[in-house]
Design a protein around this ligand. Structure first.
Ligand SMILES: [Zn+2]
Length: 247
């Protein structure tokens, strides 16, 4: 086979390899994206749960504090009932008022903390739903990778071998040009040279559509063993009959 024939064969197998790899990459990227979202949501959920625990702990502290004030109030009340001295009575009564005000204040603080914990519980429940939805999405994305690997894996192995064989037939310099252009255009390394008007010697690159100098056609037509590239996009040009002979 000619150099251009070999290059077109390599191009065909290279495109298939890239398409299969692309499918796997897409599945893997999708899974990573889902996993990142899951971790983000799980992180937010953990943060909200820790805030709930903090509010509940603060509320419990207030409750304990309120309880000890309640005990003091009860003690003062019984002292008040037993008091016979008006001056002492007034002093105890005053102390009771102060304690009652303190208790009210602590009760308010406790309720505020419990309210905050309740509000956050609603948020935590919402987040839990979102986390479990995301887990389902992660699982199905992971399954998709498995399916993809199964379907693609065998074929990819075969194609990789075919690609290696096809590459082996091409001299290093030409292969370097091919690989460089293939990487640049995600596999689209070759372009058919299209004759727009043979009589007027008008030729264009089949991919980028830019006009080609007539000598590109002349070189390619006379020697299928040289690499001729498009002046504009630098893809490797081939004559239509080379492409159809391979396909
Ligand atoms: Zn071009």
């Amino acid at each position: 086979m000619t150099l251009l024939g070999d290059l077109v064969s390599l191009h065909q197998v290279d495109c298939q390899v890239r398409a299969l790899r692309g499918r796997l990459d897409t599945a893997e990227r999708h899974f990573k994206g889902q996993e990142r979202l899951h971790q983000e949501l799980a992180g937010r959920l953990a943060e909200v749960k820790s805030q709930i625990r903090q509010h509940q702990a603060t509320a419990a502290n207030h409750e304990a504090e309120g309880g000890s004030i309640k005990t003091k109030i009860e003690t003062y009340r019984s002292q008040l009932n037993q008091s016979t001295n008006p001056k002492q009575y007034a002093a105890i009564l005053n102390e009771l008022k102060v304690l009652q005000a303190q208790r009210d204040e602590i009760d308010t603080l406790e309720l505020a903390q419990l309210q905050k914990a309740d509000d956050l519980l609603v948020k935590a429940t919402e987040l839990e739903t979102k986390v479990s939805e995301r887990v389902t999405l992660c699982d199905s994305a992971k399954k998709e990778i498995g399916v993809c690997r199964g379907e693609v894996g065998t074929r990819l192995g075969e194609l990789d071998r075919e690609r290696t064989d096809a590459s082996a037939r091409i001299p290093k310099r030409e292969l370097d040009i091919f690989d460089r252009v293939a990487d640049l255009y995600e596999g689209e390394a070759m372009s058919e040279l299209v004759a727009v008007d043979v009589r007027r010697r008008e030729y264009v690159c089949g991919v980028c559509n830019m006009e080609l100098p007539p000598d590109k056609y002349a070189t390619l037509a006379s020697n299928p063993n040289v690499v001729v590239t498009c002046t504009s996009c630098h893809r490797i040009l081939f004559m239509p009959q080379v492409g159809s002979a391979i396909a």
